[in-house]
Ligand binder design. Sequence first.
Ligand SMILES: [Zn+2]
Length: 260
Amino acid sequence: MPYSIMMDAGHGGRDPGAVYNGRQEKDDTLRLALAVGEILQDRGIDVEYTRTTDVYETPYEKAMEANQAGADLFISIHRNSFPTDNEVSGVESLVYDLSGLKLEIAEAINEELATVGFVDLGVKARPNLVVLKRTRMPAVLVEAGFINSDTDNMLFDQSFDDIALAIADGILDTLQRNGLVEESVQTGPDYRVQTGAFRSRAYAERLRNELLEQDFPAYIDDSDGFLRVQVGDFDSLDEAADMERRLKRAGYATVIVSGV
Ligand SMILES: [Zn+2]
């Protein structure tokens, strides 16, 4: 059975969470929870969400949902707030107590987020938070920067994709280190840009050589009988799409293919 994670977007519906200059925590948390979930799903994790829309549930209901789903891990996404605007910034993760897998995951998430540019304010124990206390699986609550810090908000908006990836990587690296998910699950498929498929080796080699002359990392894949001229070997679809744009500009017909 694949490893399963319940993603929880903090607050929702009539509970906006913290608010700063019209910006509502519940919107940031939903957007980020969905983005992290999508990356985890792509890496082979079975992802469920406490909410995917702007609805209200109590923290108790959220915890019960995770318990009933039998999730292996609970990740709650929040944004922090400080009594005085623009006084504190940084990321902080909360766990029930400072032990075990949850602590390891929380520390890894903070470290990854620090590489994106956040100040790492550390991992704190919060034994009274309902989503940490009533969940039966390891649970981590991530405070992804302060909503009343302009620097954190700027980072949140400008590096949104990197932040989602940082949280997903912190989770996946830790699970992998603990043998809870296979390395192959994390690696996922690879992407190549194909510029032609031939039966004739002469044609395939001519196209490959032409590409190599223009410094495209081209090679011939003949694993299935056809001679497929492909370029690159990328971990992400985005990188493959960049290469495809370069090839199209150079006048080649392309298709992105994925292998394992
Ligand atoms: Zn919150």
